[in-house]
Ligand binder design. Structure first.
Ligand code: HEC
Ligand code: HEC
Length: 200
């Protein structure tokens, strides 16, 4: 299991210099200095990385390795995020590590505007159990290493990213993650997004 989960990170990890990756294993601390470029990120991802826009992911408190991997994948065009491509062009790995360390150290704030619909929540919970989502994302969906936190993420972003993984994951995306959504219908992805966004 653990080895399967690591495969997705393998590609991105290979793109990062070994030294940086080793450095990134240290736990985030509260007093991480804000890198100069972070302000540009917060224009889209919100104050301290807590997104105010439901279609944009919150990156506050995401695992540092996950942020590093995604930034490298986006910079290299292996994950297609047109909004960010220009911004990351020519940004060195060392700066990516700094940005990742900073956002990983920020406190994630809940994104849900109100309480969940209990029926939808329970359906989503059962589907996530069936999909073994917690085996990689952890039972509390807090994520680890190259696997993102899902708990408390924007519902709209979760749904659009689940559809993207199922329908056209792209070359740099984790293949086992995409495979675990095989056969899920739109409504079922929506139930899981609702459950995860409101996770308690
Ligand atoms: C112009 C808006 C914009 C700016 C500026 C921007 N991003 Fe993004 N970012 C996005 C969008 C849009 C996505 C999600 C695309 C998608 O739906 O997959 C994204 C995705 C991400 C992701 C993946 C998150 C996830 O949960 O999948 C990370 C990490 C990230 N951005 C970090 C950064 C950092 C660090 C900066 C500053 C260097 C930055 N972004 C600047 C728009 C932006
Ligand atoms: C084999 C491990 C594994 C399993 C099982 C798995 N995931 Fe993932 N998931 C990942 C990894 C790794 C990523 C990071 C994306 C990448 O590397 O392409 C990810 C990314 C995601 C994302 C994107 C979040 C973001 O912030 O970008 C969502 C949403 C998600 N998973 C939901 C699920 C759901 C729902 C299930 C169960 C049906 C599931 N995952 C099962 C490993 C897994």
């Amino acid at each position: 299991m653990a080895c399967k989960a690591l495969r997705g990170g393998g590609l991105a990890a290979a793109l990062l210099l070994a030294g940086h990756l080793a450095q990134s294993q240290s736990p985030p601390t509260a007093a991480v200095q804000e890198p100069p470029r972070a302000a540009a990120c917060m224009a889209c991802h919100g104050p301290q990385g807590n997104s105010q826009v439901s279609s944009l992911p919150s990156i506050a408190g995401q695992p540092q390795v996950f942020i590093e991997n995604q930034l490298v994948l986006i910079r290299e065009g292996l994950r297609d995020v047109p909004a960010m491509k220009g911004l990351l062009e020519g940004v060195q790995d060392a700066e990516i590590v700094q940005l990742a360390r900073f956002f990983a150290a920020q406190k994630p704030l809940p994104t849900a505007k109100g309480p969940p619909d209990e029926q939808v929540y329970r359906r989503g919970q059962a589907l996530a159990a069936r999909g073994l989502c917690g085996s990689c994302h952890l039972p509390d969906f807090s994520g680890r290493a190259q696997i993102p936190r899902l708990a408390g993420q924007h519902e709209e972003f979760l749904l659009q990213s689940l559809k993207q993984f199922r329908d056209h994951p792209g070359p740099g995306r984790d293949t086992i993650m995409a495979a675990s959504l095989y056969g899920f219908k739109d409504g079922e992805l929506a139930d899981m997004a609702h459950f995860l966004a409101h996770f308690r």
